[in-house]
Design a protein around this ligand. Structure first.
Ligand code: C2E
Ligand code: CA
Ligand code: CA
Length: 536
């Protein structure tokens, strides 16, 4: 017992801790996703700025090449000076020049000294088959250790013009972006040598991998790769976490309090019910049922009552619901059956007096349900009751066939089965075919709808007709006045239960009531005149 209590406390503590951690974990998870998104967005922005810069450079380079076309068919000796001047005026360019027959004829850097393109760009020229091409190169013969980009235009007559842009401009641009983000940049024109900046050796750190982003220009063959180190992700994460986590922490505290409160209530309902059983706070009350055919009381429904030591009455729908939710309904019903066994010993009723017991869904599913009921029947056998089990539509839904088997077994022992609160549960009426039923109790809600003796109450009338067709006996519940009573009586409803006939009462009161009024008929059609006046 002690160890069970300890286990329960431990698991309650664990649930509270989980409730507290949950918002924090969710917070960390979502801020992680958010940080990743932020870093990626920053990479997209940086890549797009870098690409548009490279595109602008390409535009100028091609403009330059187009401008140089003015020197087509002109000998190098004549144009070398002008080339040097144009080259010097445009600081952007490392060199510009003219090709003749696949060789460099003259350039701004070397004047009219001819040379090989291969030597100047320090690699074989690409075989593109195209009149226009551009390529990033590791260096040029003049500046071998700094990357550059060459833009070449070949003309059909073997002449051509080119311009070379210094890679330093792109590198400077990368450095500028680097002042806010620690990326490694790598830009390539047509699969040439990379123009890069930053440390390419970015290692993973803990759980965090470097984030790689690649983009290309839609206008030129330029592609760029940006690698963000884990530090970028951690920095972005830190920023959102400072905003989100205080909120998550508040939420976590609130959730912990709510869960603790809920657990407290849950534990206390259980303990309270258990304590109330041992200290005898529960009573069985009985509500007589009128039989229209026999014209007297032919049975009673057992209703559980909880009266606390200070005289308060706990409402059955509340404590029954709590007992069901806390797994206490089976011990509670067993306790009720014990009370009933004691009470009925002093009853003087005719054989086949109906004794209706409310059965909860969980009890019906319980492996010991059949034996519980048989044990009860055995103990009240000498009274020759017709024990009726009142089930709700809801309780028939789960494990239907198993339940049907149990009910058939109990019917085999002479018990009856009633559907309680008919019409308020599930809309499917298919269970009417699956289960063998004896009575149908029409819910109070439908009885309340009766407005006059002659008027129609379509749903109620349909339920009554359906029961007749299924050969089920009908009981009208919650009948509170003569009008409702006679309405039902006229439509062949055999059993009537409600405050109009009798209220639920304790054992002693029931015994007295049965002696005084149990055999009395309810006043009949003689009052009809007055009734019609009332309903008119
Ligand atoms: P129920 O089985 O439908 O019981 C009928 C309820 O209607 C009872 O409420 C009864 O006092 C009330 N009632 C009877 N005649 C009238 C009437 O003319 N007018 C009005 N307004 N009400 C009337 P009670 O005793 O408060 O029980 C409420 C519910 O609690 C029951 O509904 C039943 O579902 C559950 N319950 C009560 N005792 C037990 C029990 O021993 N076991 C189980 N599983 N459930 C029980
Ligand atoms: Ca009932
Ligand atoms: Ca009912």
């Amino acid at each position: 017992m002690v160890s069970r209590l300890k286990n329960k406390k431990d698991s309650a503590r664990l649930i509270i801790i989980i409730a507290g951690l949950l918002p924090l974990i969710i917070g960390i998870f979502f801020t992680g996703i958010d940080a990743r998104h932020t870093v990626q967005q920053q990479q997209i922005n940086a890549a797009s700025t870098l690409l548009s810069q490279a595109e602008r450079m390409s535009d100028s380079a091609w403009d330059m090449v187009t401008e140089l076309r003015q020197f087509q068919h002109q000998p190098c000796q004549k144009i070398a000076g002008q080339l040097q001047r144009i080259g010097a005026l445009n600081a952007y360019f490392r060199t510009i020049g003219k090709m003749e027959q696949g060789k460099i004829a003259c350039s701004s850097a070397f004047g009219s000294t001819p040379g090989e393109l291969k030597e100047m760009i320090m690699r074989d020229p690409p075989v593109t088959g195209k009149a226009w091409w551009s390529l990033s190169i590791a260096g040029t013969s003049g500046v071998p250790d700094r990357p550059a980009v060459i833009f070449m235009r070949q003309l059909p007559d073997g002449e051509g013009f080119w311009s070379v842009i210094d890679g330093q401009y792109l590198i400077d641009f990368m450095r500028a972006i680097s002042s806010t983000h620690l990326y490694y940049f790598r830009m390539v024109f047509s699969d040439g040598a990379p123009v890069s900046f930053g440390n390419p050796q970015i290692a993973a750190s803990g759980w965090f991998e470097p984030m790689v982003y690649q983009a290309s220009s839609s206008r030129y063959p330029i592609s760029v790769t940006l690698v963000a180190p884990p530090a970028e992700l951690i920095a972005a994460w830190r920023q959102v976490i400072f905003i989100i986590m205080p909120m998550a922490a508040i939420f976590s505290v609130v959730l912990m309090l709510l869960v603790a409160n809920w657990l407290q209530r849950r534990l206390s309902w259980r303990d309270e019910i258990r304590r109330a059983i041992t200290s005898g706070q529960f009573r069985a009350h009985y509500q007589p049922v009128y039989d229209n055919q026999l014209q007297c009381c032919s049975g009673a429904e057992v209703l559980l009552r909880w009266i606390t030591p200070d005289g308060n009455v706990v409402r059955p729908d509340i404590f029954i619901g709590a007992a069901e939710a806390e797994g206490m309904i089976v011990p509670l019903t067993r306790h009720l059956l014990d009370l009933v066994v004691k009470d009925v010993q002093s009853w003087q009723v005719a054989p086949r007096f109906h004794l209706a017991i409310n059965v909860a869904a969980d009890h019906l599913q319980h492996p010991e349900f059949v034996s519980d009921m048989l044990h009860f029947a055995e103990r009240v056998k000498h009274k020759q009751f017709l024990i009726t089990l009142e089930l709700t539509e809801r309780s028939l839904i789960r494990e239907g066939h198993e339940v049907a088997r149990k009910l058939d077994r109990l019917r085999g022992y002479g018990m009856k089965v009633a559907i309680d609160d008919f019409g308020t549960g599930h809309c499917s009426l298919s269970y009417l075919q699956t289960f063998t039923l004896d009575y149908l109790k029409i819910d109070r809600g439908f009885i309340n709808a009766i407005e006059s003796l002659e008027g129609r109450t379509p749903v109620l009338d349909a339920i009554i007709q359906l029961s007749h067709q299924l050969e089920l006996k009908v009981l009208g519940e919650g009948v509170e006045n003569a009008l409702q009573f006679h309405y039902l009586q006229r439509r062949g409803v055999v059993y009537i239960q409600g405050y109009y006939y009798a209220r639920p009462m304790g054992n002693a009161a029931l015994i007295a009531w049965l002696t005084e009024q149990g055999m009395q008929p309810v006043e009949d059609a003689s009052t009809l005149q007055t009734l019609q006046e009332i309903s008119a």
